[in-house]
Each structure stands twice: as structure tokens, then as C-alpha cells.
Design a protein around this ligand. Structure first.
Ligand SMILES: *[C@@H]1O[C@H](CO)[C@@H](O)[C@H](O)[C@H]1NC(C)=O
Ligand SMILES: *[C@@H]1O[C@H](CO)[C@@H](O)[C@H](O)[C@H]1NC(C)=O
Length: 546
């Protein structure tokens, strides 16, 4: 309890000695962990890295908007498109291990039906485009989003489960003519930033199979990175739509809260504020496809308009930060800083826009806000809190003991979540309320700075993809993404070049709620200028130099 008293001091008087000590302790113990285990994890680097084979079918290089248009014009068969993606999935999955369960045969049958429909229908192109905007396009879906009849275990070994109906977003995809291809891998109940579980195993990074694809939407990101997916449905509670997107070189968008339904996700929560932190969003290889997919899954007219507003880059105010502000996280490495300065220079020379350094005072508490507010979200479905069947809830203590004796069917991060969640619950309400006040203040600072025409350029993470298990001592460093769940802001992660190890680099574009069109517009400009997604076999040629 002392800990929180000191924390209290920090919030009132800024940087009390106590908080400095706690931070130093946390940072110190993570550093020790890093010294102890880092070399072990990094041993993987001695193994030979494998790259995915180059893409040989040109269809796989076409954005969704273009393929949809060509299908509508009967210039290309839907079956041909689906088969191209199925082939690519089968070719790369043995390397990346991203697929939990596929429905390839059903997808090909549905594609044939669409080809038949197009042969016989009298509907004109414009009508198809407005009523069935995704007609014939393959869509891949994170396993945590319910797809009727498909696996819905989300990495929990002892409770295998199938979805009995489609999540709201999946129903919308089907209504719009999209064809679900598969459900993809996540960590156990999406509770970690590294995709591995005891059902499907670990998903590997397509740019370097020794490294992690990130999490929790790691399966989707790895498939997109290799060109085995085009449009993908993902979710984001602490960076899950952005960290894997960065690690695998694609775009990831976390929308404004409540613009997209979060119904039909596992885990869900009874907390009345759940949907202000948690979001279902999308990942794509081509930024031009973001409005197409997001418009389909939007649940209100406001959202549909908000994803599609056009804006001139000259009318946007730009700010940047190259550190998340908290002294408890590591700084961003030079490669990741480099991309921020590269974009800044480009905007300043091409558009004569001044990109100013943002001064957001309360970002120095970004770690505390992220940790305490997100971990206090109530009644999240876990094996310790079975919302569907409370009697089946397990005890944290028992599971921890079982884990220590190698008898647990659960993974270390999922058990840790249970332990930490129990500790955080002890935080006195008064302290928690102070954090909520700080959050309000920080939101105001953002509102004043960005208004409805400003964006913040912000690092996605401190480095490119790390090795599996390195998340262990990186926990604090994920603040770079978590803070925007706490604040409820729309963010687009954009790929921007490669580092010397040929791993993708990227940055986040952040805006105030309701301003998704700003972050999307900037993502599209970044794609036009810097190339966006590039397949793994090209990364060597494109390695970024300052
Ligand atoms: C991430 O941050 C912690 C301290 O918060 C630090 O000890 C750790 O080494 C960092 N991770 C990496 C890979 O640098
Ligand atoms: C939850 O929502 C209510 C009303 O929408 C708001 O007053 C409250 O501050 C929110 N709580 C948190 C933890 O965000």
C-alpha cells in the first residue's frame, strides 16, 4: 500500500523522491531480467534466418480497391483471386505458423458463386460498388473475432470452442460481399505482445523467422507481411493492432472508440467503459484500402463519414515526439527516431509545413496511466473470470502453483495477467480517481494542441521486431502504444522503411477522437512517398540508410 501513497505524492507534487525510487526499482529489476535472460533469448540470432519465398503472382500486388473494381467489371474472376491467396497461404504458413483454422474450400465455392452471380446479374457496376463494396475480396480474421463455425478458442488449450454466430463486424464483411478465408493466431486470450500459445504454437516474423511477429494480432500481421492476406480484421487493447503491424511492415488502424462494434470478441468485458479502451480495427498492406474496409465495418453514419472525409495535407498541423515522455521506459533507438525525422524533413521540404515538437506535460505519467487504468478494467473474460460460466473460473494461486510445477495448461503471460490484475485491484479508489483526473488533463492538452486538424507523429515502439520472449523485460516499453488506448484516440501505424537487419520500421500517426480521416490521409501520403509495405524478399534491397 505504501507504493500507492508515494504514487499519490507524485501526482500531487510531480516527481516525488518515492516515485523516482519505485521507477528506478522497476527499471532496475527489468534491467536485471534483461541481463539474465537477454543473452539466452538472443541466442536465437545464431540460428539461420529464413525468408518467405518471393511472390510470383501479380494479383497479390494489387490493392483491394483495384481488385474489387476489376471483379465488378468482370475483368478478373473472383475464383482466380481467392485461389491466388489460398496458394500463398499454403506456401508461407509452414514458415510463419499464423493460421489457426482455414475455410479455403468453402471460400473457393463462395468465389464461384460470385462469378456466377456476376455473369447473370443485371446490377450495374456502380450499384455493386455501393451495395457490395467488398464483393469477391478475401478477408482474414483474428481468431478472437467470432466467425460462425470456426475455431474460437483463442489459444486456450483446455477450453476448445467454436463460434456459434458471426461477430457484428464479420456479418458486415459478409453482407458487403467479402469472403472470410481463415482465422489466425493470437497469444492466449490476446493477453500478450508476442504471439504464442499451447494450441497453435508461436507465430514467426516473415521478415526474419527467428523473431516474433508481435501480438496480439500476430497471425494477421505475419500473413499480411508475406502477402498472404489483403484485408484483415484485428483488435486492439494495448497496441495489438499496431505493434504486430509495425513488426511485420504493414498498416494498422485503431479507430475512434465506438465507431466499430466490439461485439463478438473474446475476451470481452462487462466493464461499462470497455469499448472506450478496446477497439476492433483493421490491418492492410495498402493504405488506400483503409477507408474501404473501415467503412464496411463502421457502425454509425458519423463513423462512415469520418473514415472518408478528404483533407489536403497542407491543411493539417503536424507535431512530433520522439519519446513517450516517461522516464521508466527506454528511449527509442536511432533507427526508429530516424523515420520520424525522415517524415518531418519530407513534410517541411515538400509542403513547407512546420513540424513542431509537441509539449504534452502529462505524458511523463504515460506509464502509470497505461498500467493502472488498463489493468483496472473490470470483468474481462479470462480463465480466472469465466463470464460465460463463473463456476468454471480458476484460482490464480492454484494456477500459479501448477505453472511452477509444469502442470498448468496456460501460458506464463496469461497467468501473470491474473496475478497483476489482483494486485492492481488493491489500488485505493482515491488514487485511481487521481489517475483518471490526470487522464482528463492529458486529453485536454491533446485537444488544445491538435484540435480537429492536427496530428501527432509518435514512435510505434523503441525498436524493430525483437526475439520471442523478449517482451518479458520490455513490458514498460509497450507504453508507446498503450497510452492511446487509455486516451481513446484513433491511431494509424504506418510502415516506413527497414533497418540494417532488414526489419520493418514504422511510426504512429495520432489524432483526436473523430479525426480518423487525418491519420488515414497521412498514412496514404507516407505510402505514396516512402513505398509502404514491401514483401520480405525485397527488404534487403530497400534497407534504409540515413
Ligand atoms: C525496456 O524497458 C525496460 C525498462 O523500463 C528496460 O529495462 C529494458 O531493457 C527495455 N528493453 C529493451 C529491449 O531495451
Ligand atoms: C466511464 O464512463 C463514464 C461515462 O461515460 C465516465 O464518466 C467515466 O469517467 C468513465 N470511466 C473511466 C474509467 O474511463
Amino acid at each position: 500500500m505504501k507504493l500507492f501513497n508515494v504514487l499519490h505524492g507524485d501526482l500531487c507534487f510531480d516527481y516525488s523522491v518515492g516515485v523516482a525510487i519505485i521507477r528506478t526499482l522497476i527499471k532496475g529489476s527489468l534491467f536485471c531480467l534483461y541481463c539474465l535472460l537477454g543473452p539466452l533469448f538472443k541466442l536465437r540470432g545464431l540460428k539461420k534466418k529464413r525468408l518467405c519465398p518471393p511472390i510470383d503472382n501479380q494479383i497479390l500486388f494489387k490493392p483491394a480497391t483495384e481488385i474489387a473494381r476489376r471483379i465488378r467489371r468482370r475483368e478478373i474472376g473472383c475464383e482466380e483471386v481467392i485461389i491466388a491467396y489460398v496458394k500463398r497461404c499454403k506456401e508461407v504458413n509452414p514458415l510463419i505458423n499464423a493460421i489457426v483454422e482455414d475455410r479455403f474450400e468453402a471460400a473457393v465455392r463462395e468465389a464461384r458463386d460470385i462469378d456466377d452471380f456476376l455473369k447473370s446479374t443485371t446490377m450495374n457496376e456502380a450499384k455493386i460498388a455501393s451495395e457490395k463494396p467488398l464483393l469477391g475480396l478475401p478477408v482474414t480474421i483474428k481468431e478472437s473475432i467470432a466467425v460462425q463455425g470456426m475455431s474460437y478458442s483463442v489459444g486456450v488449450k483446455d477450453t476448445p470452442s467454436r463460434a456459434t454466430c458471426d461477430a457484428n463486424v464479420v456479418a458486415k464483411i459478409r453482407e458487403a460481399g467479402g469472403i472470410p478465408l481463415l482465422v489466425s493466431n493470437t497469444p492466449e486470450l490476446c493477453l500478450w505482445w508476442d504471439t504464442f500459445n499451447k494450441v497453435t504454437g508461436a507465430t514467426r516474423n516473415p521478415y526474419d523467422t527467428r523473431r516474433t511477429a508481435g501480438g496480439s494480432s500476430g497471425g494477421e500481421a505475419a500473413l499480411l507481411g508475406t502477402g498472404a492476406s489483403l484485408l484483415s480484421l484485428v483488435s486492439d487493447i494495448a497496441g495489438s493492432a499496431r505493434l504486430p503491424a509495425m513488426f511485420c511492415g504493414v498498416f494498422g488502424h485503431k479507430p475512434t472508440p465506438n465507431w466499430v462494434s466490439v461485439e463478438g470478441h473474446k475476451p470481452g468485458a462487462y466493464d461499462k467503459n470497455w469499448s472506450s479502451f478496446f477497439a476492433i480495427g483493421s490491418m492492410v498492406r495498402y493504405a488506400s484500402d483503409l477507408p474501404l474496409l473501415l467503412t464496411v465495418i463502421a457502425q454509425t453514419d458519423e463513423a462512415r463519414i469520418g473514415f472518408n472525409k478528404k483533407v489536403c495535407l497542407e491543411d493539417i498541423k503536424f507535431f512530433y515526439m520522439d519519446h513517450c515522455g516517461s522516464s521508466a521506459t527506454n528511449s527509442v533507438n536511432n533507427d526508429m527516431k530516424g523515420v520520424i525525422y525522415k517524415l518531418k524533413r519530407y513534410l517541411e521540404t515538400t509542403y513547407s509545413i512546420k513540424v513542431q515538437k509537441a509539449n504534452l506535460e502529462d505524458m511523463k505519467l504515460s506509464l502509470e496511466l497505461s498500467a493502472f487504468i488498463l489493468l483496472r478494467i473490470q470483468d474481462i473474460y479470462t480463465m480466472f473470470n469465466r463470464l460465460d460460466d463463473p463456476k468454471k473460473s480458476k484460482s490464480v494461486l492454484m494456477e500459479t502453483l501448477k505453472y511452477l510445477f509444469f502442470m498448468s495448461s496456460h501460458t506464463f503471460p496469461a497467468i501473470c495477467y491474473g496475478i497483476i490484475n489482483n494486485i492492481i485491484k488493491q489500488l485505493p479508489v482515491s488514487e485511481y480517481n487521481k489517475l483518471l483526473e490526470t487522464r482528463m488533463r492529458l486529453k485536454k492538452q491533446f485537444e488544445e494542441l491538435l484540435g480537429d486538424n492536427g496530428v501527432l507523429i509518435f514512435p510505434s515502439f523503441i525498436s524493430s521486431a525483437h526475439y520471442p520472449h523478449e517482451g518479458l523485460y520490455n513490458v514498460c516499453n509497450y507504453t508507446y502504444m498503450m497510452i492511446f488506448n487509455v486516451l481513446g484516440f484513433p491511431v494509424t501505424q504506418c510502415p516506413l522503411g527497414f533497418d540494417k537487419n532488414q526489419l520493418p520500421l514504422g511510426l504512429q500517426i495520432v489524432a483526436n477522437p473523430g479525426c480518423d480521416y487525418l491519420t488515414i490521409a497521412v498514412a496514404q501520403e507516407i505510402e505514396r512517398t516512402f513505398g509502404g509495405w514491401r514483401e520480405p524478399s525485397e527488404s534487403k534491397r530497400l534497407t534504409y540508410t540515413t
